[in-house]
Every structure is written in structure tokens, then in C-alpha cells.
Design a binder for this molecule. Structure first.
Ligand code: AMP
Length: 380
């Protein structure tokens, strides 16, 4: 009997546990709060990630460890590696936790990135704004996610406000300034690399964000074969450079036909949730296969799929459940502003049929704004 330990007990851990059940796996989840939603499906150790007593108990009850979020302290991941195998390896986690080191690695590997500068003081911010131009975005290097820890600078006059908002964090989590990319599309590659170096990727996904949070994902993204190949080459290079094991996502901006890398998420990813019903093997199952050294599953798509995120509170399930290709995911969380509480995936055999289903669901739920850009892309 193999027990997989997951650091972090959110919806990603929950979906991992659900995907691992058919493989006969057991799970143990560690989280700082007792009501983490993965705890509804797996036993838990509750404790701070830096608490060595809790970590020791966690390690003593598992065969292998992985993560459901990237901000696990790198020290804790290293501590665990002395006791159990940990995938992805802590170095990959450390690089992906820091926007400056990940962008530096992208550049070293020849993967195009938006212009960026390390910001260590108010003076370096002024110099970087002058160099990169406006608009630009000041971001924390570490611990930012879903658009948090970011300030958009529209003109040099916003420098004071940006520094007031984030300047105090220059010495704690660090800051980076990025040139604003006037992209036409946001895309992501979700890919997996096994312990033996085998690499597979799902088709490119197009993503729409609202206030920095993912709202909808469409797969396959409607891009040409050359762009698909370029994105996969970038992802593969990155996985090999980091000796990566498991699933990861590479988020990309598409500007005038060029792909620019935004960030690497070293874990299963929200833009890959559609793989549960839309692909031969889901990202969750393939992550577990990779981490356990099992053969990777086929990443082939089954038709067309669109995932809609539910933020804050769950809508009525009926309009989705009535659809032939409608799939419902309620994470079992209590409602809270800005919280990811669930998602739906609609799957269909053709782009047109998917657009029709999306329109019906959007109308029935009063969420036309969420589906309109996806329908427009499918009809283009
Ligand atoms: P991030 O947390 O870096 O993924 O940023 C969240 C969202 O903010 C992205 O998905 C984009 O929609 C937007 N964003 C982040 N960085 C940039 C950038 N350099 N230029 C334009 N938009 C950006």
C-alpha cells in the first residue's frame, strides 16, 4: 500500500486524491488549517509547514511527498528530502517561487520573456520605470499569486503609489518590475515529466482572467501547429533544465504571434482542470504517475473542452448537469469573496457544439460575461 503525502490541502490536493483512488493509493495531507477541503477525502496532519514535529509525523506516515501549492518554504521541502523522496525536487520549487530567478532561467534557456528588472530600492524603481517605460507592473518576487502582490504603473507619476503599496516588501519577499505586455491572448502549456525523463504535454490551453484570477480555459487553444510546437519546446527545455518530475504549467502571453513566458507553476494547474474529462489521462493522475515512477498516461484530448471557474460562491448546478458534456466540481468549501470554490467543465465533440453549450449555461446562470469571450473564439 503506497501513501502519497501532499503538502497543502486545497482543491488541487483534493482532486489529486480523487484521481489516485483508482490506482489504489492512500493519501495523507498536511495543511495549516483543519478544515482544508482535501481533508474531506484524506486523513490530515494539521501544522505549520515549518513545524518539525508536524513535518516528522507527516514524513513517518508517507512513502513519497508532493505539493498542492508552490509557496511551501523551500527549507521544509529540503528537510523532507532527508526522510522521503520529494517531487518536484526542491530546487525546481525554489526557482518557481521567485519571479526573478524563473525569468532569469527562461532567458538563459532562450525562452522570450517580458522586459524585467530587479527592484531593491525606490531609486532602482525610478531607474527601471525610465528604462522599461510605462505601463509596467510592479510585483512581489515571492508569495504572489492570482494577481495578488501586484501594482500596475500607468505613468511615472504612479511610482509613489506603487512604492507605498509594495515598497516595504522589497527587503522581505523582493520586488520585480515587468514591462506591460499588450497581449492578444493568454495561453498555458500543462506538461508532465516522469522520473525517467519521459515528457508529455496536453494541447495548449487559452485562458481568460478577471482581476488577475482565472475565469475560463479553452482547450485546444485555437493556434497553429508552429505555435503549439514552440510552446511545447519551451516547456520541455524548462522541465529538463530543472530535472523536473511531475506536472507543471508554463503561462505564456501571445503578442503579435510571439510567445512570452510569464510564469512557471510547479504543480497541477487550474488551466489543466479540463483534463479530468477532456483528456485520456488527467493532469492529476499523470502527476501521481510521474511522482511514483509509473508509466505516464496518454495526454490526447477528447474533443473540445472549456472550464469555467466558480469564484466566491457556487452557482446553480442544474444548467451544467443538464448538458450532455457537463461536469460539475464542488470543492466543498464555504463561500468567501475571491475564493475558488469550484469549477465546471463542458466537453463537446465540435467547437460549435461547445459554443452552443457554453451559451446555454451562460444564459441560464446569468454569467454571459464569463462565456462570451470563449464563445467568440470558438465561432471565429
Ligand atoms: P501573474 O500572477 O503574474 O500570473 O499575473 C496575473 C495576471 O495579470 C496575468 O494572467 C495577466 O492577465 C496579468 N499580467 C501579469 N503580468 C503581466 C504583464 N507583464 N503584462 C500584462 N499583463 C500581465
Amino acid at each position: 500500500m503506497t501513501t502519497v503525502g501532499i503538502l497543502g490541502g486545497g482543491q488541487l490536493a483534493r482532486m489529486m486524491a480523487l484521481a489516485g483512488a483508482p490506482l489504489g493509493l492512500r493519501f495523507l495531507v498536511m495543511d495549516t488549517v483543519a478544515d482544508a477541503c482535501a481533508g474531506q477525502f484524506a486523513p490530515m496532519v494539521v501544522g505549520d509547514y515549518t513545524d518539525e514535529v508536524a513535518l516528522a509525523e507527516f514524513a513517518s506516515r508517507i512513502d513519497v511527498a508532493t505539493f498542492d501549492f508552490e509557496n511551501v518554504p523551500a527549507q521544509s521541502a529540503k528537510w523532507l528530502t532527508q526522510r522521503v523522496p520529494v517531487y518536484p525536487i526542491p530546487r525546481a520549487l525554489a526557482v518557481a517561487q521567485d519571479r526573478l530567478s524563473e525569468k532569469t532561467l527562461f532567458r538563459e534557456l532562450g525562452i522570450p520573456v517580458p522586459d524585467f528588472a530587479d527592484i531593491t530600492s525606490r531609486e532602482t524603481l525610478d531607474a527601471a520605470i525610465a528604462q522599461l517605460g510605462t505601463p509596467c507592473i510592479l510585483k512581489t518576487r515571492r508569495l504572489g499569486y492570482d494577481g495578488k502582490g501586484q501594482f500596475r504603473i500607468k505613468s511615472p507619476a504612479d511610482a509613489d503609489a506603487a512604492w507605498d503599496a509594495l515598497g516595504a516588501q522589497a527587503e522581505t519577499v523582493g520586488l520585480i518590475l515587468e514591462g506591460f505586455v499588450h497581449f492578444q491572448r493568454e495561453l498555458s502549456v500543462v506538461a508532465v515529466r516522469g522520473r525517467d525523463g519521459e515528457f508529455r504535454a496536453w494541447p495548449l490551453t487559452e485562458n481568460w482572467h478577471v482581476d488577475g484570477v482565472l475565469s475560463a480555459s479553452l482547450a485546444p487553444a485555437q493556434v497553429d501547429a508552429a505555435m503549439q510546437a514552440t510552446a511545447l519546446t519551451h516547456a520541455r527545455k524548462l522541465a529538463e533544465a530543472l530535472d523536473y518530475v511531475g506536472v507543471f504549467a508554463l503561462e505564456l502571453f501571445c503578442r503579435d504571434g510571439e510567445l512570452l513566458a510569464n510564469e512557471l507553476a510547479p504543480r497541477v494547474h487550474n488551466s489543466g482542470h479540463w483534463t479530468i474529462e477532456g483528456s485520456e489521462t488527467s493532469q492529476f493522475q499523470n502527476h501521481l504517475r510521474a511522482v511514483l515512477g509509473l508509466p505516464l498516461g496518454d495526454t490526447r484530448m477528447l474533443g473540445h473542452a472549456c472550464m469555467l471557474n466558480w469564484i466566491g460562491e457556487m452557482p446553480d448546478a442544474m444548467p451544467v448537469l443538464r448538458e450532455a458534456g457537463g461536469h460539475w466540481h464542488d470543492y466543498g468549501k464555504s463561500p468567501r469573496d475571491g475564493r475558488k470554490v469550484g469549477h465546471a467543465t463542458l466537453r463537446a465533440d465540435s467547437a460549435d457544439a461547445l459554443a452552443d453549450a457554453l451559451r446555454r449555461v451562460g444564459d441560464a446562470l446569468g454569467r454571459q460575461a464569463q462565456v462570451v469571450p470563449v464563445v467568440a473564439r470558438l465561432r471565429a
